[in-house]
Design a protein around this ligand. Structure first.
Ligand SMILES: CC(C)(COP(=O)(O)OP(=O)(O)OC[C@H]1O[C@@H](n2cnc3c(N)ncnc32)[C@H](O)[C@@H]1OP(=O)(O)O)[C@@H](O)C(=O)NCCC(=O)NCCS
Length: 197
């Protein structure tokens, strides 16, 4: 089980401290001191290529400052995390809850700097964030929409216990082309993703 430690810190504004131990990595709040690491890992077209256009490319110092200063990091309960490994932030993972009739459903998104790909970090982070979404955010369903060409991400989702539900033809427009997205989902009642193996 990942260790989920949540403390609401008293102060001018109550802030929630969440640290999720996820084996080879740890999920925790983004902080201003992550600026250099964030820039180093995020400013890479090979990362941005598989993400929404919302993720800047090139990723400038101003983009990093804007992200780290986003009020999203003060929302309680916290749903956006830095992925920390080797003592620094090497990527990010976040849950975006739906609204209205979709309020028990959330989209999950994640990225890692290319320097740390292939070490199992994304799979560990995804399992831990999914567990957090079900256990702490009370979600029923968590889904992801990787581009169909993103075989690495599809593999991560499968390894983490997500199921492929559909292929959404031409549902995204990225780098001047329509691309298919895959719809992967995990459901709370059948979630077993954090079990080993
Ligand atoms: C996709 C991404 C998160 C994977 O992170 P990671 O830490 O390298 O993932 P893991 O090490 O946990 O697992 C990767 C798995 O995909 C496999 N894989 C990687 N590239 C692959 C490819 N082109 N084809 C098939 N499998 C591939 C790896 O072999 C591994 O599977 P295995 O353990 O069975 O060998 C990372 O590459 C990334 O951040 N990419 C850019 C942003 C992005 O795509 N985010 C996801 C958007 S939906």
């Amino acid at each position: 089980m990942p260790l989920v430690r949540i403390d609401v810190l008293e102060g001018h504004t109550p802030r929630q401290k969440v640290e999720i131990e996820a084996g080879p990595c740890r999920l925790r709040r983004w902080r201003m001191t992550d600026l250099d690491a964030l820039l180093r890992h995020a400013d890479n077209p090979a990362v941005a290529r598989n993400l929404r256009d919302l993720f800047p490319s090139p990723y400038t110092r101003a983009d990093a400052r804007e992200w780290l200063g986003d009020p999203l990091h003060d929302v309680v309960p916290l749903s956006t995390f830095a992925i920390e490994a080797d003592g620094e932030a090497v990527g990010g993972i976040g849950l975006v809850p739906g609204r209205d009739v979709e309020r028990f459903s959330a989209e999950i998104g994640y990225w890692l700097g290319e320097a740390v790909w292939g070490r199992g970090l994304a799979t560990a982070a995804l399992r831990a964030a999914t567990e957090y979404g079900f256990a702490r955010l009370g979600l029923r369903r968590i889904f992801a929409l990787p581009f169909a060409t993103n075989a690495g991400s599809s593999r991560v989702l499968a390894k983490a216990g997500y199921r492929l539900e559909a292929r959404l033809a031409d549902s995204a427009f990225k780098e001047g082309r329509f691309v298919d997205q895959e719809l992967w989902a995990a459901l709370a009642p059948t979630w077993r993703g954090i079990l080993p193996g």
